[in-house]
Design a protein around this ligand. Structure first.
Ligand SMILES: CC(C)(COP(=O)(O)OP(=O)(O)OC[C@H]1O[C@@H](n2cnc3c(N)ncnc32)[C@H](O)[C@@H]1OP(=O)(O)O)[C@@H](O)C(=O)NCCC(=O)NCCS
Length: 399
């Protein structure tokens, strides 16, 4: 039963046409039936919830079964929440909160140490213990004036290919990249086929997919616009530095394209390769992957760390009882985290721990905002150093 007395239950086969319509109503985009069938293969049996009002589905939420790379390369099972919708006729009466309570009970019971999502708005999910763990920056590169520095590598080795003919090579490169990258997700073959199906309504008014392939990287892109056209990168994945620069040189060789637009992570080295870094203009920056630690000891012990630390954390989880007081001992990159009664030195909410977890945000910044509290400034700097990741965090793919 949901907060407003409506029926909250596991979705049945008969619900899916109504769920597809509610999703389309909420997001303004009708999901293709074969795309839906593909994504449904990743939903565990009891992981889709609906709220019914008589014959109508008025709210829904589900989770996908994912595998997430964390700093140091461990791969954890993660519940990826998606398809969250409440009908515009039923909003702000607690249906999201009812669904999230039940969904997280199921996620906890299934033993996932972490839950994840991407957010339509930034103000919704902090109250449920989710923190923004990766940042995506939108860049616009003025291709006509861009020049590579004389000392920038020029490794070549890029071929123009038809993406569908090279799905195995694309998937192999992606798999190498995601194993090394905090935030990387396993992408099953079915999701590759879905991406490369390249349906008209996935093109946002752009061209079919173009692709450049390198032994250690690839870029998938579309062209957009009438008159001077521009490139919108769908995905640029480089497992080596050489592949990154080789692919960017190929993109910048597209003489008739005015600019190149891409979403990447803030530590992408492209600006350092250019004679004038201002040719890379940041047009937006926002949260990307949000994490909620469901099992704090399991999650903290799975990743590696950049410095030693010995402290007691008091983590507040206002949504469920997954917080508490934990002794955290980090030596030689590995953590031991155990519940304790010792006096806490650092106080923070669970969403802040989620934001720190992949190394995408700094403890000192949260301390400056009074969201990570403690009297010992040196200790907070040690938390910064410990939680920093060698490889910048980036979300594998949107879901
Ligand atoms: C966002 C959405 C799911 C909220 O559903 P809802 O049933 O109205 O939410 P609830 O009434 O259960 O509210 C739960 C809490 O979230 C808050 N909240 C809800 N929507 C919010 C929003 N857009 N921004 C900030 N806070 C929001 C509520 O104030 C409430 O806070 P409280 O419980 O701490 O007092 C719903 O408006 C929706 O479906 N929107 C369109 C699709 C969408 O954006 N889905 C999310 C995809 S990531």
């Amino acid at each position: 039963m949901s907060a407003s007395g409506l029926e909250l239950r596991t979705a049945t086969e008969d619900d899916w046409p109504l769920m597809r319509r509610l999703d389309a109503t909420s997001f303004g985009h009708v999901v293709d039936p074969s795309a839906l069938a593909t994504w449904r293969t990743m939903i565990p049996g009891d992981a889709a919830l609906v709220v019914a009002d008589g014959p109508d589905v008025v709210a829904q939420a589900l989770f996908l079964d994912f595998q997430l790379t964390v700093p140091g390369g461990a791969i954890l099972p993660v519940a990826g929440i998606s398809w969250v919708s409440v009908a515009p006729t039923h909003r702000r009466r607690g249906l999201l909160r009812s669904m999230f309570t039940e969904l997280h009970d199921r996620i906890g019971a299934a033993g996932y140490p972490i839950a994840a999502l991407t957010a339509s708005e930034g103000g919704i999910y902090g109250r449920f213990g989710y923190g923004p763990a990766t940042v995506a920056v939108e860049w616009s590169v003025d291709r006509r004036t861009v020049r590579f520095r004389a000392d920038a590598p020029d490794p070549a080795g890029v071929r123009i290919v038809t993406p569908r003919d090279h799905v195995d090579e694309l998937a192999a490169v992606y798999d190498r990249w995601r194993r090394d990258t905090p935030g990387g997700l396993v992408r099953p073959k079915a999701l590759w086929d879905d991406l490369l199906a390249d349906r008209d309504d996935d093109r946002a008014g752009g061209s079919p997919l173009f692709a450049f392939l390198h032994a250690d990287g690839y870029v998938l892109y579309r062209t957009h616009g009438a008159g001077p056209r521009h490139v919108r990168v769908v995905e640029l994945t480089a497992a080596t530095r050489d592949a990154h620069v080789a692919l960017w040189r190929a993109l910048c060789g597209l003489d008739l394209m005015e600019r190149i637009e891409i979403a990447t992570h803030p530590a992408d080295p492209l600006p350092y390769l250019l004679t004038d870094a201002r040719q890379v203009r940041t047009t937006a920056a926002a949260d990307d992957l949000w994490l909620r630690l469901m099992d704090i000891p399991a999650a903290l012990q799975a990743r590696t760390y950049g410095g030693d630390l010995s402290t007691v954390l008091e983590v507040d989880d206002a949504f469920r009882a997954d917080g508490g007081r934990f002794a955290l001992q980090i030596r030689d990159g590995r953590a031991v985290c155990t519940p304790t009664d010792a006096a806490p030195e650092v106080f923070l909410d669970l969403d802040v721990l989620g934001a720190l977890y992949l190394g995408g945000h700094r403890a000192t910044a949260f301390a400056a905002a009074n969201r990570l509290r403690g009297n010992d400034f040196e200790l907070i700097h040690r938390i910064d150093r410990a939680f920093a990741a060698d490889v910048p965090a980036e979300l594998g793919f949107p879901f």
